[in-house]
Design a protein around this ligand. Sequence first.
Ligand SMILES: [Zn+2]
Ligand SMILES: [Zn+2]
Ligand SMILES: [Zn+2]
Length: 228
Amino acid sequence: MASGKDSLSTEERNLIKNVKEDIGPLQRYRYRLTYDNTAAQYNLINTEQKLQELVQKEESFINEMELTSCPDEIKVMQKKLDGLHQDYFVLRQTWWRWRSEFTEYLSRAFDLWRSYPHWYLHRVLRNDCALKGGCCGRDCGCCLMRATTSGQNRKLGTGHCSIECACCIRSRGFDLTDSRKAEVRDLFRLSDSTHRYDDQILRASMWGLMKDSEENPLDLINKHPPLY
Ligand SMILES: [Zn+2]
Ligand SMILES: [Zn+2]
Ligand SMILES: [Zn+2]
């Protein structure tokens, strides 16, 4: 891959050597030296949001299927499930398409951050989930569980609650109509680095960082939900 060790600067090499417990200085150094790669990062996060939605929808279908014994209903659900398999396949290709645009500092920072299975329990992302009415705002533990329950072939869809989370739907007592779902998707589709919200989500998801904070990204992984 283009991110081979040959291209490491002396400073990055030293930071890697001294990383021990705190990965912050290394991640911040790489962040400072990454330019012009924002669109690819946003596209990747948007793809991951779609993957999360898909995986959560798939889980609901599978659970529903287990509850019914009517052959016609099972047939219809199986067809829908087959459609979702195809959607996942395409989204996986899309994910890789944008991931392969990452330049070297970003690429290494991303691989390091994502090597921690609980990366998405970063404080910023947990707060975001809780404030949007997701499971991080309750004590059901759904978000924490996803790190271990998402099968290897659905790993790219591991993350916080989407509009398709069955636990969230049960908790609020209603599912959204398709047009309302589209509204929510539009609202949280990341697009512009000048927006404060987008920038916060990008830093936390790709780098483990938080603006104006020197905290170790690993200390920002919070296995206990914020519970708003
Ligand atoms: Zn949820
Ligand atoms: Zn969550
Ligand atoms: Zn839940």
